[in-house]
Design a protein. Structure first.
Length: 496
């Protein structure tokens, strides 16, 4: 039997994909689990973003009488199989149509097995995808040797990327037989960005578009929903689905028939019931957007010492929330602010996490803007202008972060404080949570337009500065601050 990859692209069947859209903490998961429990004769695949959620789903289903549940993830791995992917495929393919099972698998595993399943192996399963799938996957490969790597790709109409016919053998070796690649003197192809682009193209779950410049190969993969069409039905469980990048991708790029999931479940209206207890602040000046560039800019304090914006606003947040049980999220490169913030840190991608429900305040200090090279491709393919692009990209992570706190606890009557970076995101949260109070800017940070971006020092810079400082200290001499040393000494030495 040919799998989906070998059989080639599947034709979308004339049936819809469903979505279940209700606020955070409204009971979306409970509604789905009740529907699964009511159909004991059916088989299901429940897709989870985290192992913690997987364990929770399994327990809740078992408590509802489904004793045919199997969790498939790295924590429960069956040693008979080489990988979790092989285990998942074997279980799904070997399950007879007359048997009923509930398989709970991770989002990444589901994405990997989709292209390996043909329609006949899918047709007995109803699929629920909690928090959806990644709608886009950007990859940029920067290199001074573009001419060596670019012949492996072909770029068609509209920037559609593919693997060039003459490059398929080498790329296959790159992804599956490294020894052969080395034996053929092609080891230079084993470069991170290049390999990632090849994986994206080889996998097939994403339609890839991009461009080749003089110093980089830049691509974005867009989810191809045709691989979802063989299942009995597919439902995305996403709090603000219709405002998500996933919905935009499926509608704009693929003209997919998306329909609301029908259920008799009585949902809790978190936005309405909790709204009047919510206050929302923003940290940046109203004229500034949430971006990593802005967070890296330097401010001077009353002593003339320069600090990054992200460090300054961390101080503001901790002072405002002093004495409260709060949680916060930030991009990985800024995680050092945890030395200032006394609240509980949580990952930027926190979908499905329930460990922060006791917190009555949350600060979302990270940003998820597309990089400048990504914006033209995204705007063209998704039919967006600049404002809509950045609002769409930031909305989901901001909403998911603030939705981790006590706002999802129906029994809590506590007031909730939400702190975000930009005024635009703050006003969007006030719009969603009916009756919420917009408190304006916290900390009164000035507009950032003219500030310099903080320099990121290389390991060699750090070693050089350490040697310079130790030498002067040993001689009893004064030494320059690191930024002054870099500008007046380091750059001059590098240029020689």
């Amino acid at each position: 039997m040919l799998n989906a990859r070998e059989a080639g692209p599947q034709r979308p069947a004339p049936k819809p994909v469903f979505y279940l859209e209700h606020p955070v903490g409204s009971g979306k998961t409970e509604a789905v689990l009740e529907d699964i429990a009511k159909r004991p004769e059916k088989s299901f695949i429940y897709v989870c973003p985290t192992i913690d959620l997987s364990e929770e789903i399994a327990k809740r289903l078992e408590n509802k009488g489904r004793l045919d549940v199997l969790e498939i993830n790295s924590d429960t791995k069956n040693r008979k199989f080489r990988s979790v992917i092989q285990w998942a495929l074997t279980e799904i393919l070997s399950n007879k149509s007359t048997d009923s099972r509930v398989f709970i698998i991770m989002t990444e595993t589901f994405s990997d097995i989709l292209v390996e399943l043909d329609d006949r192996s899918k047709e007995n399963y109803t699929v629920y995808i909690d928090e959806g799938l990644d709608p886009v996957k950007p990859v940029r490969f920067a290199t001074k040797e573009v001419d060596i790597f670019s012949p492996y790709f072909q770029v068609g109409e509209g920037g559609r990327f593919g693997i060039a016919h003459g490059g398929k053998a080498d790329i296959d070796d790159l992804l599956r037989n490294r020894r052969k690649l080395e034996a053929n003197a092609k080891g230079h192809l084993d470069a991170n960005g290049f390999r990632d682009i090849c994986k994206l193209l080889d996998h097939g779950l994403y339609d890839v578009y991009g461009k080749i410049t003089h110093n980089a190969i830049e691509v974005i993969g867009f989810l191809n929903p045709s691989f979802l069409m063989g299942f009995e039905s597919v439902t995305f469980i996403v709090a603000i689905f219709n405002q998500s990048t996933l919905a935009l991708c499926l509608r704009e790029l693929h003209r997919l028939d998306l329909r609301e999931y029908q259920t008799d479940f009585q949902f809790f209206d978190t936005h309405l019931v909790k709204g009047q207890r919510v206050e929302v602040f923003h940290l940046l000046n109203a004229a500034d957007s949430a971006s990593k560039t802005n967070l890296k800019k330097l401010l001077g304090d009353e002593h003339g010492i320069k600090v990054r914006v992200i460090d300054a606003i961390a101080e503001v947040v901790d002072q405002e929330l002093a004495g409260r049980d709060y949680c916060w999220a930030v991009n990985r490169e800024f995680e050092a602010i945890g030395n200032v913030l006394r609240g509980r840190s949580m990952p930027m991608k926190c979908n499905g996490l329930n460990a922060y429900k006791e917190c009555d305040a949350v600060a979302m200090l990270g940003c998820a803007n597309p990089q400048p090279w990504q914006a033209p491709i995204l705007k063209e393919k998704l039919n967006l202008d600049d404002g809509a692009l950045y609002e769409t990209w930031n909305l989901a992570p901001v909403y998911q972060a603030i939705g981790r706190c006590s706002i999802r606890d129906r029994d809590s009557d506590d007031s909730v404080t939400l702190i975000v970076l930009a005024e635009r995101e703050a006003k969007k949260m006030v719009e969603l949570f009916i009756g919420a109070t917009f408190k304006g800017q916290l900390g009164k940070l000035e507009r950032l337009g003219k500030h310099n971006v903080a320099r990121i020092y290389t390991p060699k810079d750090n070693v050089a500065y350490s040697k310079y400082r130790k030498k002067l200290q040993a001689n009893g001499e004064a030494f320059l601050r690191k930024d002054e040393w870099y500008e007046s000494i380091r750059i001059r030495n590098i240029r020689r």
